[in-house]
Design a protein around this ligand. Structure first.
Ligand code: FAD
Length: 507
């Protein structure tokens, strides 16, 4: 067996799916007896939807969730600011309000359609990692050998502990409450509502049909204090006092307390064992980035691991997973921590800033755009990294902007149906068929090659500059990685061919 994926949360499911889709022999186990029914992550952000679209078309997620159209800041019964996410997202929503268990169910269904079943109730107990393989002991007494092990077993990762890898960081000494509540007549169900009260933060996320995720800061607590889940009455009291609105709770679906840790491992890759998702980084839920960052880890890792297993690249390509994803994880730990500290700081000056200044700052158009891009993770890019060296044009390493063709505005993302690279020849220019054949050969066996006319539009506002640059350069080759980040975008085929040569022989 080529790969064992330990853990069938979002990270493990995506890793197994992306590997299986590429024909890799994969096994996935989870210590729990059945899929989780917890709604944990409330929002699937746009970049996650985009990178998954080739394996799980966006429609499968939209059928289960509802697009989020904005955030509303409120205090003392008034709306202070409405931040509209805008309608310019194009093919994909900025974010989708969908409980994590439904996201996992969609991923699991896609995995099962490829003939891979999660083995529930099977835990990894111990591992021994060697140069060429990993030996794994399971909870049912089985011992097996695998070529690779993906540790996607969450914050308390057994795989990480077996490796002896430290998880440096801090535990935050505050108590947080979470509830999924049925709240009749609770307002528009397409907006996140944030209540800024001196008594503490209150956030509401609509799941539809009057069901809302409620999150509230419950103040300082000793790190060792035992966990105490809130009651329905506790939540009702918080709702009323912090919003100054009258609420009725019809039903409580989930009541829980949680604590926040901010941690990240130094190294994601440990020979034949690779860590991803919460096993590698955990942080505050502010901004809702945990599951999304984890999904994108798994996508980034899987196409590279598949290339290594298929001998289309050397194992050094896996170092680029660390190089690209570790800084993203670090930025999320830091950014969500900063957001959290502004929200829970009791200093009156910060309280004044939070109540009277912050909502207006984030409402300014440039700030709104930046906030939406940050939340939806479309601003994640790998420019200057090992696969996007400087001097190869302005686009390499960026997320592929959503340009379009024709009257029906079909999106470039509709071309990303394969498992390898997508290369697009835009117009002909000086790229003869013989030269184009050379590029296709350089790209490798799983390439999808497309001859296209010049794009004539941008599906989304943010793609206008890219569409304009392409429209002005007849005979451009656009290289798109399997995770829909850009490789070279160039009229010079030598630039493209040598980039692929380096990728396949990565040192
Ligand atoms: C209350 C709460 C609210 C959250 N809200 C958000 C949000 O709004 N947005 C967001 O993006 N993120 C949110 N998160 C974070 C998000 O849930 C995680 O980031 C995400 O689940 C990470 O996915 P994962 O697959 O890496 O880990 P997990 O989801 O933890 O999955 C790990 C899996 O590994 C299994 N496992 C563990 N040990 C073993 C073993 N030894 N052998 C086999 N299997 C094992 C577990 O059973 C589990 O199924 C929230 C988390 C919590 C707790």
């Amino acid at each position: 067996m080529s790969v064992l994926v330990c853990g069938a949360g979002p990270t493990g499911l995506v890793a197994a799916l992306e590997l299986a889709r590429r024909g890799i022999d994969v096994r996935i186990v989870d210590a729990e007896g059945k899929p989780s029914q917890l709604s944990k992550a409330a929002v699937l952000w746009r970049r996650s939807i985009e990178v998954l679209n080739a394996s799980v078309p966006v429609e499968r997620f939209t059928a289960q969730g509802r697009p989020v159209s904005g955030i509303q800041f409120e205090a003392d019964g008034c709306v202070l600011q409405e931040i509209d996410f805008g309608t310019d997202a194009g093919r994909f929503p900025h974010g989708l309000l969908i409980p994590q268990n439904k996201t996992e169910a969609v991923l699991n269904e896609a995995l099962e359609s490829l003939g891979v079943q999660v083995e529930w109730g099977v835990a990894v107990k111990d591992i021994a990692s060697c140069k060429d393989y990993v030996d794994v002991d399971f909870s049912d007494g089985e011992s097996s050998r695998f070529a690779w092990l993906v540790g996607a077993d969450g914050a308390h990762s057994t795989v990480r502990k077996c490796l002896g890898v430290k998880f440096p960081g801090i535990a935050i000494d505050r108590r947080w409450l979470l509830a999924d509540l049925e709240l009749p007549e609770s307002g528009p169900e397409d907006r996140i509502r944030m209540f800024l009260s001196s008594a503490g933060l209150l956030g509401l996320f609509p799941y539809g049909n009057n069901v809302w995720r409620v999150i509230a800061d419950a103040g300082p607590i000793g790190i060792q204090s035992p966990r105490l889940d809130p009651t329905c009455e506790d939540m009702l009291d918080i709702l009323r006092t912090r919003s100054n609105l009258d609420w009725t709770v019809e039903k409580a679906l989930w009541l829980s307390e949680f604590r926040i840790n901010e941690r990240q491992v130094d190294q994601y890759c440990h020979g034949r064992v690779i860590l991803a998702g919460d096993a590698a980084h955990i942080h505050s839920p502010a901004g809702g980035q945990g599951m999304n960052t984890s999904i994108q880890d798994a996508v980034n890792l899987s196409w590279k691991l598949a290339m290594v297993i298929k001998k289309q690249a050397t194992s050094s390509l896996l170092n680029t997973y660390q190089d690209e994803r570790h800084p993203v994880g670090a930025a999320v730990v830091q950014g969500s921590g900063r957001m959290l500290r502004v929200m829970m700081n009791q200093n009156p000056l910060i309280g004044f800033f939070r109540r009277w200044v912050l909502p207006y700052i984030v409402g300014l158009p440039p700030m709104r755009k930046e906030a939406v891009n940050r939340l939806s993770e479309v601003d994640v890019e790998y420019c200057g990294g090992p696969l996007a060296p400087t001097g190869v044009g302005r686009w390499i390493g960026r997320r592929c902007p959503d340009v379009s063709w024709g009257d029906d505005r079909s999106s470039i993302y509709d071309l990303f149906t394969g498992t390898g690279f997508t290369i697009v020849r835009l117009g002909r220019g000086s790229i003869t068929d013989a030269l184009w054949e050379r590029v296709i050969r350089a790209a490798g066996p799983d390439v999808v090659s497309v001859d296209a006319a010049m794009p004539d539009g941008a599906v989304a506002e943010e793609a206008k500059a890219f569409a304009q640059a392409l429209a002005a350069a007849d005979g451009t080759i656009v290289v798109v990685r399997p995770d829909s980040y850009l490789g070279p975008v160039s009229q010079d085929i030598e630039v493209v061919v040598s980039w692929f040569r380096q990728l396949h022989n990565f040192e």
